[in-house]
Every structure is written in C-alpha cells, then in structure tokens.
Design a protein around this ligand. Structure first.
Ligand SMILES: *[C@@H]1O[C@H](CO)[C@@H](O)[C@H](O)[C@H]1NC(C)=O
Ligand SMILES: *[C@@H]1O[C@H](CO)[C@@H](O)[C@H](O)[C@H]1NC(C)=O
Length: 254
C-alpha cells in the first residue's frame, strides 16, 4: 500500500497545502484535522496524544491476551492435576486393598513375619514408589513442554508488540530529536502523519499475530494433554496389573 502513491491532503496551519514526502502525499489523521487550523505546537501535541491513544489500545489488547493466556495455563494445570489426582487415588486404593488382603492371608497362615510375606510387602511398597516416580516424571514432562511452548510461541510475540507499542509513546519526541523543527515543521508533521498511518492498524496486527501464536500454543497443549493422559492411564493400569500379580503370589505364601 505504501508503494502506491497515496494522494491525500495535509492541511495544517498551511491550509490547502499538500505535503509531499518522498514523493508520497500523506493525509492528516481525522483527529488532527479537528484541531486545524491551530498553532503548530498544538498539532505536535495532538500527534503525541494520537500515538499515545494507539499505544493504549495496543497495550490494553496485549493485557487481555496475556490474561487469557494465563487463564488457559491455569485451567490446563488444573486439568493435569485433576487427572493425576484420579490416578493417584486409584493407585492408593488398590495399594491399600492389596495390603489388606496380604495381611489377612498372613494372619490366616500365622505368618506376618514369614520371609515370603515380608518380601511381598516390600515389593508392594517398591511398586507404589515406582508409580509415584512415574507420575513425577509425567508431570515434569508436561510442565517442561508447556513452559517451552509459552516461551517459544507466545511471549516473544507479545514482547515484540509491547516493545514497538511502547515506542509509540515517544514517537513525536523521537521525531523532534532528529529534525529541525523550525525550518522543517511541515515535513515533520507530514512524516508524523505518514508514520501514524503506518501504525493505525496496529491493534489488528497485534490481534492477528498473537492469536496465531495462541493457536500454535493450543496445538502444543493438545499434544501434551494427549501424551500426559496416555502416560497417566498407563501408570495406573501398570500399577494395578503388577500389584494384582503380586497379590496372587503373596496368596501362595505358606
Ligand atoms: C479472552 O477470553 C475471553 C473469554 O474466553 C474471550 O471472550 C475473548 O475473546 C478473549 N480475548 C482475546 C483477545 O483473545
Ligand atoms: C523488548 O525489549 C526488551 C527490553 O528492552 C528486550 O530485552 C527484548 O529483547 C525486546 N524483545 C523483543 C522481542 O524485541
């Protein structure tokens, strides 16, 4: 769009005068037109407030997006913990049930101290410890994947938009610092108008950019969730299967 020559008018205190900037003719934003014709200083102030309003809108959007991202991570953590909680409860109940049955059998054979029973009890503890370690590992993988996904997909994009949005707050001052405001006021105003036009759709760009990153993040999340669910299920299933075998062996102790 900037490649095309845009033919519009800048009116300043230079009413009806077109401002040509590197062969482009740029338009004064509506908000600035409202204060025309005015003192030049007022125009600079109006540009400053325009850029600041833009910064505010971008900043607000970024905050909402960050809040949504935090909420999504919070919900995801709750889902993971609830899933692990179900498996942990299942493992504990099964462990208690098997321990009781082994004890009952030990009492029946009057063999609570028998090496066979003691070994079975030790093995039950070992299996429960192993299941707990497996759950820790699954939690660690889930945490690492999610943290990486946030770091890679979401935050750099947000940070980049935040940085460039922050620059808007000083746009006018920055322009003044690099121009001769006395001789080049019309050029400065035109450049500011040009710059503002280039940034005007920033909120849409931020939304599109960050939403894309959120989609990428969501895809990672879905994969992690599938993996962690499968891991949790298999930890529970393996424990139940192994401790059942153990119980059958323990019931053979005599
Ligand atoms: C933030 O989340 C809310 C509630 O889920 C949603 O309605 C809103 O569109 C989201 N906003 C953005 C900018 O993603
Ligand atoms: C944003 O600015 C901060 C602080 O100046 C800097 O550390 C960071 O690298 C910048 N990030 C991006 C993506 O530009």
């Amino acid at each position: 769009m900037w490649q095309k020559l845009v033919l519009v008018t800048v009116l300043a205190s230079f009413a009806c005068q077109q401002i040509v900037l590197s062969k482009k003719i740029v338009e004064v934003p509506e908000a600035v037109k409202k204060v025309l014709p005015h003192a030049d200083g007022a125009l600079l102030a109006e540009f400053d407030s325009l850029f600041n309003r833009l910064h505010y809108n971008v900043d607000y959007k970024l905050r909402v997006l960050r809040m949504n991202q935090s909420l999504a991570i919070k919900n995801l953590n709750a889902q993971f913990i609830s899933r692990f909680g179900i498996v942990i409860t299942e493992i504990q109940q099964e462990k208690l049930r098997v321990k009781d049955l082994i004890l009952q059998h030990a009492l029946e054979i009057d063999g609570t101290q028998s090496p066979c029973i003691v070994a079975a009890n030790d093995e039950a503890i070992r299996q429960a410890t192993q299941a707990a370690a497996d759950i820790s590992l699954a939690a660690e993988l889930a945490y690492a994947d999610m943290a990486t996904a946030s770091r890679v997909f979401f935050y750099p994009q947000v940070q980049a938009f935040q940085n460039s949005s922050t620059d808007l707050q000083s746009a006018v001052l920055e322009k003044l610092s690099r121009s001769n405001i006395v001789t080049d006021l019309d050029i400065v105003l035109a450049e500011l108008a040009y710059q503002y036009e280039g940034e005007e759709d920033k909120v849409e760009r931020v939304l599109a950019g960050v939403e894309q990153e959120l989609e990428n993040f969501q895809e990672v999340v879905n994969n992690v969730r599938r993996e962690v669910w499968a891991m949790a299920d298999s930890i529970g299933r393996n424990f139940v299967f192994n401790i059942q075998m153990l119980l059958e062996e323990a019931l053979q102790c005599s």
